[in-house]
Design a protein around this ligand. Structure first.
Ligand code: ASP
Length: 296
């Protein structure tokens, strides 16, 4: 009998009704199947969430990695983070520029530095020192992700998107990773919730969480730790814990969504936006990908 395993992915909670996200859903479904195979074969949750997010970063389908948009100064500043539950090891980068895989750099911060978070110029220096692939010509590299037009970017309306993954491996360990191009029209140096450990990303012995939405509201609402604390200390069900944060985000006027997996392999996803691109799979649950369907 296989030990329990579980994987959930999100491709951001900013989809627009009427847009066709078939390609995105197919990509998420394929990735979830790949992730399931990796977990079944004994890959760690930490490795799997990194692989999933790195794959979404290079796809150009999401507002992360290749699908990111420039800030108002014309620069591409990206944020990413990763955390392993049982060790509480974590790494993150913010406002990193022209590196293909921000989540890979975040993982290197976790593995190879005494720091948790490295930002801006320092993050770039760190990435180069660790031989991460650089983008030589950003004009030719970045692309509009599915559902985003040039007009959206020019409107500077804080439209957003992000990618994330949470996993439970067959050893009973949890991990989470999140990566983003942030919100459109962000000023230089703006940092959202994504690279903040305990806010956009969290994993401990009991729960792993990845958030997506207008980061300012997630930061002000307390972020992923609110979910973990609700789940572990207030007796919330997994779903209630997600809504503990999301209701507060909504009360403040924000929107977004989040995904979580528990130590028992339970998966929960929730959003208060129009939809959330997402997929999930576990030893008890077939691969399922959708954008606008209500969470189940
Ligand atoms: N949370 C991200 C940020 O504020 C954006 C998103 O998740 O859509 O940078």
């Amino acid at each position: 009998m296989t030990n329990p395993y579980a994987l959930a992915l999100h491709g951001g909670a900013g989809p627009k009704p009427g847009e066709d996200y078939t390609i995105v859903e197919a990509h998420l479904e394929e990735l979830a199947k790949e992730g399931e195979n990796l977990l079944k074969a004994g890959e760690t949750a930490l490795d799997v969430v990194e692989i999933m997010v790195a794959n979404m970063e290079i796809s150009g389908l999401y507002v992360a990695g290749k699908g990111s948009a420039p800030n108002t100064a014309g620069d591409y500043e990206l944020d990413a983070s990763i955390m392993e539950g049982h060790t509480r090891n974590a790494g993150s980068v913010s406002a990193i520029q022209d590196i293909v895989s921000p989540v890979g750099v975040a993982r290197a911060v976790l593995d190879k530095s005494p720091c948790v978070m490295i930002t801006g110029h320092g993050a770039n220096l760190f990435a180069v020192a660790h031989d991460f692939e650089q983008i030589k010509n950003s004009e030719n590299y970045y692309t509009l992700p599915v559902g985003v037009s040039q007009a959206d970017i020019e409107q500077h309306d804080m439209t957003h998107g992000t990618v994330g993954a949470v996993a439970l491996d067959i050893y009973g360990n949890l991990a989470s990773a999140t990566s983003t191009g942030g919100v459109f029209g962000k000023p230089a140096g703006r940092v959202g919730d994504t690279p903040i450990i305990g806010n956009g990303t969290w994993a401990d012995d009991d729960i792993a969480i990845s958030c997506t939405g207008t980061g300012e509201y997630f930061i002000r609402a307390g972020g992923a730790l609110t979910v973990a604390n609700g789940y572990k200390m207030a007796g919330d069900s997994l779903n209630e814990a997600l809504w503990r944060l999301l209701d507060e985000v909504g009360r403040l006027g924000g929107d977004g969504g989040l995904i979580a997996v528990s130590k028992s392999g339970e998966i929960a996803m929730a959003f208060n936006s129009d939809g959330m691109k997402r997929a999930s799979v576990s030893n008890k649950r077939e691969v399922y990908a959708t954008t606008f369907a209500p969470c189940r």
